[in-house]
Ligand binder design. Sequence first.
Ligand code: PGA
Length: 240
Amino acid sequence: MSGPRLTLTAAGEDFDTAGAAAIAETIADAPTATVVVATGRTPMGAYGRLARDLPAGAGSALRVFQLDEYVGVPTDDPRSLAGWTRRSFVDPLAVDPHAVVWLDGLAEDREAACRAYDDAVAAAGGLDLAVLGLGPNGHLGFNEPPSDPSSRTREVALSKASLASNAGYAPGLDVPRSALTAGLDVLLAARRVVLLVSGRGKHEIVRRTLEGPVTADVPASFLQRHANLQVVVDRDAWQG
Ligand code: PGA
């Protein structure tokens, strides 16, 4: 591979603009692209910017896949990642929520729910774009360390680092302890990956991700082998 395309920005608006532009590139090429979109703090500004800058309806034919979901949390719960995906990306881009492939964290048979998700990815011909954040421990989605590149969509117990980070998403509410996550296998097979990383707290992990050994202990490090990776990173994360 030729190495990732690295877009280094100032923190704040410049970062959001660059993130939005990276996503808009795929939409311009393929308005019906299949995309998996992360929640978390990092991409929110980029999604807002994208919704403002795209011509009305330009994103509405995207085929969106949820990245991860807590187990046992209804979609109308403030902690639900489906709800967050809907508020931040699906609704602002006017994507039909019925056309989104959701991860069902309420399913009694969660293994079957995961297989249904993978079947939907396969039926769609795989993912054109994965828009991902970087976990404090190098996770992608909730592929917690250690995760092999062949990890399938599955239920995972959340690590201490993730629990601590997630606690900030819904202050005052209990943090769910387990989640369903799209597998590393489908994420790494996406034809294009945009990894968004911001803030000083991500300095060490972004360097380990891009410059350290490729290892299951830093699941995002497998992206070093991806042929079409764009990393949008702000100076706070890049320089520490
Ligand atoms: P953050 O989360 O964007 O809130 O830092 C990233 C992640 O945990 O994947």
